[in-house]
Design a protein around this ligand. Structure first.
Ligand code: IMP
Length: 426
């Protein structure tokens, strides 16, 4: 069962790129299974700072086959631009495989993402405006175009004409925008499709056969558990399923293949965009997290909201994903705080909730119940072994593990590949 699933346990931006990059060394395939170029992975390797939105970070290892699987929504222009940037840095992208079943983000999806957000006004979700929601909506409505359609101009034009008739009516009559030109879109997309042709493959079949041959596969989630369409803080979520269950449907593999489910958790919490965030801290501690942690979106450049570690959320993520271990990131950012807070429960109308509350109003209005643990003053970036961490930092990790009841296997203390500490089993 050599499949490892790696997912975000919070609202995205947990540092999954770094975790994937580290673990890719032992993998044969690294697979993106949901989302699109709303994600942003920052990786520091070999002196390069790389920002990837769509291509799996495993691309950096020549022995890894990176895969964009069925559940992803692909903007072909963005994908080819990213491949070109990687190529210019000397990174070979010829191994990249893209599922023919993956849906395409079309120009009208980008347009609709912008106008619907504007239309929602104060109730807007704060999307990345990359057309993600509208592309998944079309997939569910069965009017989406897929990567395989790019390889068949006649079918592509037929499907586009059908979709565009409705999209243009909505854009012009509801949102007062100019209609889009179908011939122009077809010409541009079919040309992009030709450039992608050699990468299009039956990725689910390839992965299945690779597993039979004893290869190792990592399914790499984008966004995080609380942004999941079904299990997140709806409607302030993305339009796909980042959770471990989504990894299977999104890549076309069965549950028996999975051996490890690694949850990536930042040592504190951040959130981009709108929605509830019980442990948000807008005081000096939140400012430290924001500044020291460089908490600005890789993708949209937006400043991230910051707050204390939330064990209620982490326990929920452990349950929803069936986590087998935790990969804790950015512990170094908390250095210098006198006390570090962990939210152990939510309080609402006199009742305490240790488990994630089942009703949205509770999450929106909950007051966090904090436990304060001792902080540490030492900077951690030069530490090379877990045992060398200050006692208080180790105690913080131990408390996190205890509260979530999932072993912490790795602790990251800086952006570089080397700045990751393996936690010895207790
Ligand atoms: P969408 O995915 O662009 O539709 O955005 C929906 C929500 O998910 C917004 O609150 C975004 O800020 C958030 N979101 C989407 N992708 C990411 C990500 O990679 N990291 C953090 N938040 C994200």
């Amino acid at each position: 069962m050599p499949v490892t699933v790696l997912i975000g346990t919070q609202w995205g931006d947990e540092g999954k790129g770094k975790a994937t990059d580290l673990l890719s060394a032992t993998m044969d395939f690294v697979v993106r299974y949901q989302g699109g170029n709303n994600a942003g992975h920052t990786i520091v390797a070999g002196g390069h700072l790389l920002k990837l939105q769509l291509v799996p970070s495993g691309i950096l290892y020549p022995h890894v086959t990176p895969v964009i699987a069925d559940g992803v929504v692909v903007n072909p222009r963005v994908l080819l631009e990213e491949m070109q940037t990687l190529g210019e840095r000397g990174i070979d992208t010829s191994r990249l495989l893209v599922s023919g079943n993956a849906h395409l983000i079309m120009p009208y999806h980008l347009e609709l993402d912008k106008v619907t957000e504007r239309y929602l006004g104060r109730a807007s979700l704060g999307t990345t405006k990359r057309g993600i929601g509208p592309a998944y909506a079309d997939k569910a409505a069965r009017v989406g175009l897929r990567v395989q359609d790019l390889l068949d101009p006649k079918i592509f034009r037929q499907k586009l004409d059908l979709a565009l008739k409705e999209k243009n009516a909505v854009l012009s009559k509801v949102y007062n925008r100019l209609p889009l030109d179908g011939a122009e879109i077809a010409e541009a997309y079919l040309e992009l499709g030709e450039r992608l042709r050699s990468h299009v493959a039956d990725t689910s079949g390839i992965l299945y056969r690779a597993l039979r041959a004893g290869k190792h596969v990592m399914l790499e989630g984008a966004q995080g558990t609380l942004l999941d369409l079904d299990h997140g803080t709806y409607p302030f979520v993305t339009s796909s399923n980042p959770v471990a269950g989504g990894a299977l449907s999104g890549s076309g593999l069965g549950p028996k293949e999975v051996e490890r489910v690694i949850g990536v958790a930042k040592a504190y919490v951040t959130r981009v965009g709108s929605g509830p965030f019980p442990t948000e801290d807008t005081g000096p501690a939140g400012t430290q997290m924001s500044e020291k942690g460089h908490e600005r979106g890789t993708n949209t450049g937006r400043v991230r909201r910051c707050g204390w570690l939330d064990a209620v959320l982490l326990r929920y993520a452990a349950r929803i994903n069936g986590l087998t271990e935790l990969f804790v990131t950015k512990l170094d950012v908390l250095s210098g705080l006198e006390a570090v807070r962990i939210c152990v429960a939510y309080r609402y109308e006199g009742r305490e909730y240790e488990d994630f509350p089942p009703h949205q109003s509770i999450v929106h209005k909950a007051e966090p119940v904090y436990e304060d643990v001792k902080g540490w003053s030492e900077e951690l970036d030069a530490v090379t072994r877990f045992a060398e961490l200050p006692d208080a930092a180790r105690a913080y990790v131990a408390r996190m593990q205890e509260l979530v009841d999932v072993p912490v296997r790795f602790v990251s203390i800086g952006p570089a590949r080397e700045q990751t500490l393996e936690v010895p089993a207790a």
